[in-house]
Design a protein around this ligand. Structure first.
Ligand code: PEP
Ligand code: MG
Length: 576
């Protein structure tokens, strides 16, 4: 009999295949005393296991195929760092020596202490770091207890039959290994849209449903299932009618993807001849190739904070210069590089910062505020960026600008760095456009003033929506209020586009809204002609642009913006 199960759909697509369960997540750990003269041997046993676990992870990292989005390797790098971190290694050795216990039990004590720290964190994103601790520790425990994780294909013949993996949770390393086999979808009992499984599955383009409680109990080994990664449904033992329905849907999706590919080299021009620029957001130098493969016309947002994350210490000027130059040389069109946006949802050192945690990190010392407070940090990055500008069309973008004074201070620092570099005889491009991200309501409201002092705007809707509607973007409890179509948000976007265009500067949008095809017509109607998005969305948005008649959309949207009531507003928007 068929069985419908619902979880959270986190990676689009339909898969029809047989279940293969992943076991071995929960390990039985025994605690026993070790004789004093044996303790150093026990410490050695732990060190060996830790080294073996490190070697396993390094091997996984080396197997990541070229062209894979950079965030995938970044997950493994985080685990490599944690596995080598003193807070884990030293405390475990400390427990072995002081409590006179076996390595497994000592490691469990370290794990409990670390997990407790992460669980106390308010920020849901940082709480997901708890999963990292679990994954890293269980890898060492498996080496210590000599229990292999029963990874299909792991060590034996790789999976060849199309498979849906069902697990309590899947480590990033296992996802990478499994994605190179015949795995068509992932279903996990734990996790949410921000979990590692979700992020990695999306990057790899594999359908996934997470948070499906009791999935391992309810689904039988080898039974046929349909996974709908968009709606979060899993249908076990489907009847012929359901199979036919989903096979048809699956065929449509495959065809659709093929059709989209044919747009890759076609221009993004609307049905009535308006030229639109579709660029890509990237996070690591390696992503530039992925952006180009998806037909992006340059890079509209390069988030540089990833260079600072998942590592010990700060990147040097030389290291940053090498990284920026590599991307700048690889990108054919212009590349907009955003200066450091650390703080709030983007922490360094896995969130283990010095000092007390601020009550409202999103309203605290983040992005441009942090850079102006710590000019040396900013100076190192600015010098690297200016040096890289000699290799291509670099534009520099400042995040979280809320006042003219921040803009002026940043530009002054930039001028000082330029003068220094020129004195040192280093090459710097003659003209480097400087732009402000408009992601704080204050900046949108004063955009006419800001526009006089910058070369371009880029609207960061992820933060603009958070700050306008007073909704923490990473707090699941208030996610339901996160609404890009809220009239207040649309008015701020409209105001920014108008102010920019009136001042004769370019206005782009690089928040998630720009890559969501549901909003393309609305944004075109609001006057936006410059979009930057996740590379995977470029072709879908291009199709919507080519199908649109911008002139008509502009007059319709003008009416919507004048709507007298919220109800009128909503119904006009729905009919757009
Ligand atoms: C935004 O806020 O919309 C944005 C693009 O920046 P980030 O998501 O990196 O904060
Ligand atoms: Mg932002």
């Amino acid at each position: 009999m068929s069985l419908w199960l619902s979880g959270i759909g986190v990676s689009r697509g339909i898969a029809i295949a047989r279940v293969q369960k992943l076991h071995g997540g929960d390990l039985e750990i025994a605690e026993y005393t070790v004789a004093p003269e044996e303790l150093e041997r026990e410490v050695e046993r732990f060190r060996d296991a830790q080294q073996q676990a490190l070697a396993q992870l390094r091997e996984v990292r080396s197997k990541i195929p070229a062209g894979t989005p950079g965030d995938i390797a970044a997950f493994i790098d985080t685990h490599l760092l944690m596995l080598d971190d003193r807070s884990l290694v030293d405390s475990t050795i400390g427990h072995i020596r002081s409590a006179g216990i076996n390595a497994e039990a000592a490691l469990r004590r370290s794990r409990d202490a670390l997990v407790a720290v992460f669980e106390q964190m308010e920020d849901p994103y940082l709480r997901t770091r708890r999963d990292d601790v679990e994954h890293v520790v269980s890898r060492v425990q498996r080496v210590l207890t000599r229990t292999e994780r029963e990874l299909p294909g792991g060590g034996q013949a790789p999976l060849t039959e199309p498979t849906v993996i069902v697990a309590d949770d899947i480590t990033p390393a296992d996802i990478i290994l499994l994605s190179q086999q015949a795995v068509l979808a992932f279903v996990t009992e734990y996790g949410g849209p921000l979990s590692h499984t979700a992020i990695l599955a999306r990057s790899l383009g594999i359908p996934a449903v997470v948070g499906l409680h009791n999935a391992r109990r309810l689904l039988r080994e080898s039974e046929l299932v349909i996974v709908d990664g968009e709606h979060g449904h899993v249908l076990a033992d489907p009847d012929d009618k359901a199979l036919e329905h989903y096979r048809r849907k699956q065929d449509q999706q495959v065809q659709d993807r093929r059709l989209l590919q044919t747009l890759r080299d076609k221009p993004a021009i609307s049905g009535d001849g308006v030229e639109v620029r579709l660029q890509a957001n990237i996070e690591l130098p390696e992503d530039a190739a992925v952006a180009e493969a998806n037909g992006a016309a340059g890079i509209g947002l390069y988030r540089t904070e990833f260079l600072y994350m998942n590592r010990k210490g700060l990147p040097t000027e030389e290291e940053q210069y090498q990284a920026y130059s590599r991307v700048v040389s690889a990108v054919k069109g212009p590349i907009t590089i955003r200066t450091l946006d650390l703080g709030a949802d983007k922490q360094v050192d896995s969130g283990q910062r010095q000092g007390p945690t601020p009550n409202n990190p999103a309203l605290g010392l983040r992005a441009i505020r942090l850079c102006l407070k710590e000019p040396e940090l900013f100076r190192v990055q600015m010098r690297a960026l200016l040096r890289a500008s000699a290799h291509g069309q670099v534009r520099i973008m400042l995040p979280m600008i809320s006042s003219l004074s921040e803009l002026r201070q940043a530009k002054a620092l930039m001028a000082v760095c330029r003068a220094e570099l020129v004195r040192e005889g280093r090459a710097v491009a003659d003209r480097i456009p400087v732009g402000a991200m408009i992601e704080v309501p204050a900046a949108a409201i004063s955009s006419a003033l800001l526009a006089r002092e910058v070369d371009f705007f880029s609207i960061g809707t992820n933060d603009l929506i958070q700050y306008t509607l007073a909704i923490d973007r990473v707090d699941d409890e208030v996610n339901y209020l996160y609404d890009p179509l809220h009239p207040a948000v649309l008015r701020l976007i409209h105001m920014t586009i108008e102010a920019g265009h009136k001042a004769g500067i370019e206005v782009s949008m690089c928040g998630e809204m720009a890559g969501d095809v549901r909003y393309t017509r609305l944004l075109l109607g609001l006057g936006l002609t410059d979009f930057s998005m996740h590379p995977a969305n470029v072709l879908e948005v291009k199709r919507a642009v080519r199908d649109a008649r911008v002139g008509e959309l502009r007059s319709k949207v003008a009416d919507i913006m004048q709507a007298a009531s919220l109800d009128d507003f909503a119904s006009l928007l729905a009919a757009l």
